[in-house]
Design a protein around this ligand. Structure first.
Ligand SMILES: [Mn+2]
Length: 439
């Protein structure tokens, strides 16, 4: 029998809501999973990608992960992983660094046998490059086999990577496919193979309401190898408290009503997310947010859905052709030539998401050199980079956090929630570049 802890979408380094505490939470969740694996003496920890939120984790994130991996290593439990879309870099991968330190194994086309099970890996591959995949895996002589992969696979929500095709074209017969990318845990059977998402270990977006956890997957061999039984169980994690308040206001109701709703919850150290719907008086989000933090909340965010609904009604969007809708809306927005150029880059499918930041930096630098960006224009253009980056994320359908945003293009708040860290970073980078180049 092989018993594996299947985790993923840890997103270490995510400074959600600009909160250093939240950043620490993501590492804490990883630490919990690993502590459980050590306590249970699991045969291996399998990580299905997105260990880091960003392809440029900072030193505290790297040091934190190293220290956790060392504990696992000291307990003699192997850490086997693939690369997710959030952390993927051109050049080498962070995972290769951990492997070179003897703290991890990067799964791929060659089997890594743990007890009675052969494990293989498939890193995240952008949709445009998937036709080139041959799904050739070296053979094994273990009793069972599992594929670990990162992407949005069918038959689950947002699935754009066909699991049946993967299973049919693979040169190895898999008993299970252990997935990462979709933050919602779920399990399905495809052509007699168990396919499962372990879910994220901390809430990376407001849409992740259910409790977080990870999978424990056991492979039990019967009389013959084709009688392998796969058992998938979930284990819950003790994560940061999130308080979701849906405040539906009746006519004449306003901030006071929202505050009295809030007062009925224990807000201590919690992330408080308030959705206002219905009718009633205008409400200032900042006022509600301070009310919540004064009552002990770690952070609070208010979304007034009533405004969003009004905006959505005012903008006529043809959802049958979202690209056209975006083009039309863009033509109504006053963007400078530079911003428009950056927007083109963001929407260009030929530019891989992971290269986007560099390409935009390159383009801005060219413009600075050519003198077509002035110091005065900087603020405007920095904002534009910011905005177009959000738009870029909207296009990133391979990303579950952002898939949420795709549904609500008129919703600026959503984009904000999922991308706060990225946005700040981008603004910083661009501002820095501008200053350096001008002085
Ligand atoms: Mn993820």
């Amino acid at each position: 029998m092989t018993r594996i802890v299947h985790t993923g979408d840890t997103h270490v380094g995510y400074r959600q809501y600009h909160s250093p505490e939240r950043r620490r939470d993501f590492l804490d969740a990883f630490e919990q999973v690993i502590a459980d694996a050590v306590a249970d003496d699991a045969d291996a920890v399998v990580h299905a990608g997105d260990l880091f939120h960003d392809r440029r984790p900072e030193l505290p994130d790297l040091m934190g992960v190293l220290s956790v991996l060392r504990k696992l290593d000291a307990a003699g439990v192997p850490f086997l992983a693939v690369v997710g879309n959030h952390e993927s870099t051109r050049g080498g991968q962070w995972l290769d660094l951990f492997e070179s330190l003897g703290l991890a194994t990067r799964l791929g086309a060659e089997p890594v046998v743990v007890d009675e099970t052969a494990l293989y890996g498939l890193d995240h591959v952008p949709a445009s490059q998937r036709d080139d995949l041959d799904y050739e895996f070296d053979s094994h002589d273990a009793d069972s086999a599992a594929l670990v992969a990162h992407g949005l696979f069918t038959p689950f929500a947002h699935g754009d990577w066909d699991t049946e095709t993967v299973l049919q074209e693979s040169t190895v017969a898999f008993d299970a496919v252990l997935l990462g990318d979709n933050h919602t845990p779920d399990t399905a059977e495809v052509d007699g193979t168990w396919v499962t998402y372990c879910g994220s270990t901390e809430r990376a977006s407001a849409s992740e309401r259910d409790g977080r956890g990870y999978n424990i997957v056991t492979f039990e061999t019967g009389e013959t190898a084709d009688q392998t039984t796969v058992d998938i169980r979930r284990r819950a994690l003790d994560t940061r408290e999130f308080v979701f308040v849906d405040a539906e206001l009746g006519s004449g109701e306003g901030a006071e009503r929202v505050q009295s709703r809030l007062a009925s919850y224990d807000l201590a150290d919690a992330v408080v997310l308030v959705d206002i719907t219905g009718e009633g008086e205008p409400v200032t989000p900042a006022e509600i947010e301070s009310f919540a933090t004064e009552h002990g909340a770690l952070v609070a965010r208010v979304r007034d859905r009533r405004e969003i609904e009004t905006e959505a009604a005012a903008v006529s969007v043809d959802f049958a052709d979202p690209d056209r809708a975006v083009r039309e809306r863009l033509s109504e927005v006053e963007l400078s030539g530079a911003a428009r150029e950056i927007d083109d880059l963001v929407r260009d499918d030929a530019v891989v998401d992971s290269n986007l930041r560099d390409r935009v930096t390159e383009r801005v630098r060219e413009r600075l050199d050519a003198g077509t960006l002035t110091a005065d224009a900087d603020d405007t253009n920095v904002t534009s980079v910011d905005e177009t980056n959000d738009a870029g994320d909207t296009n990133t359908t391979a990303d579950t956090d952002d898939a949420d945003d795709t549904n609500t293009t008129a919703d600026a708040d959503d984009a904000d929630d999922a991308n706060t860290t990225d946005d700040t970073d981008d603004t910083d980078d661009t501002a820095q570049l501008t200053m350096e180049d001008l002085t």
